[in-house]
Design a protein around this ligand. Sequence first.
Ligand SMILES: *Cc1c(COP(=O)(O)O)cnc(C)c1O
Length: 376
Amino acid sequence: MVKPFEKPIYVTRPLLPSMDNFIYRMKRIWESKWITNNGGQHQKLETELKKYLKVDNLSLINNGTIALQIALKALDIEGEVITTPFTFAATPHAIAWNGLTPVFCDIDPETLNIDAKKIEPLITEKTSAILPVHVFGTPCDVEKIQKIADEYNLKVIYDGAHAFGTEIDGVGIGNYGDITMYSFHATKLFNTVEGGALACNNKELKQKIDMLKNFGIKNEEEVVFIGTNGKMNEFQAAMGLEVLKKVEEEREKRKKIQEIYYQELGDLEGISFIPKKDLEGVTSSYQYFVIRINEKQFGVSRDFVYEKLKEYNVYTRKYFFPLCSDYNCYRNLPSVAKENLPVAYKVVNEVLSLPFYGDLGAKNAEKICDIIKNIG
Ligand SMILES: *Cc1c(COP(=O)(O)O)cnc(C)c1O
């Protein structure tokens, strides 16, 4: 019999930097008396992240949700935006908050990303953008999506909240589409406590984004857009500069934990991995480790596993249950009909995010696997 963990094990823990280094930066900020509005820490973080993410233009924002809203404004999106129901609330909310209508498209059964094959039938004369999510850091079918966008003259904004450091054949994920959003929330691999960024493919667009995040101010005498306050402050940026130093080490640690999960759970009938092991050419973001449970084959349901793990003091998450199309605020949209979203409605009852962070350690990961193996 496996004994329950003494202390609760959560699905993730924030990556915290050296406190001494952080305090050193705090002192520098105090001396400068410059605590927000594109200060020294902000400028340095923007430059360093641009390199790390391998993108040409990057704008730091105070969180990922505001970043998405700014992206939609920057591209003058109107009317309908095609997106996925299998995502965090922020994705459709950013669309709706901007006065636009989210149109939910079904997902691909392998990647759980928007199913590019099902986008075209949803395009109407009101459609002006596609907003796919690189779910759990797995790249969307970026080529097919771009082809559709080109054909119908649509903009593409990627929600890359899970895709920090994801690359396709060495190309940073932020190079696809018109704009890519990153989230630096505490639960993400890289964090600035709260924070985010937008990557885009041309300088003019970056300039517009930078004005939009600063109330639309162009200079002391001109306000040219209806902007918002999306500025990242110096404390967030300082945190980011220190966390960034630890990201590679964290990825290595997560890689080892991932290997244990693959090894220990790989032979269990009814358990599969999202994404599949070793996607060709893809560098993983190591954001989440997700299993999919086929109840018929595994013998018990996802919900059973979730509840049972709690008895062992292990708190997994059913990301992204419930589907966004099931929220009260979107229930009346025509695109939410279950028959339009068969894969999403099936998958959402089968996925489970397992604890996944560097400090979890090999022993704890092995113990979680032992519990799952003996769960039926
Ligand atoms: C975390 C997350 C966001 C929102 O980011 P915040 O920085 O928390 O506002 C958006 N989309 C997805 C898929 C996320 O996981």
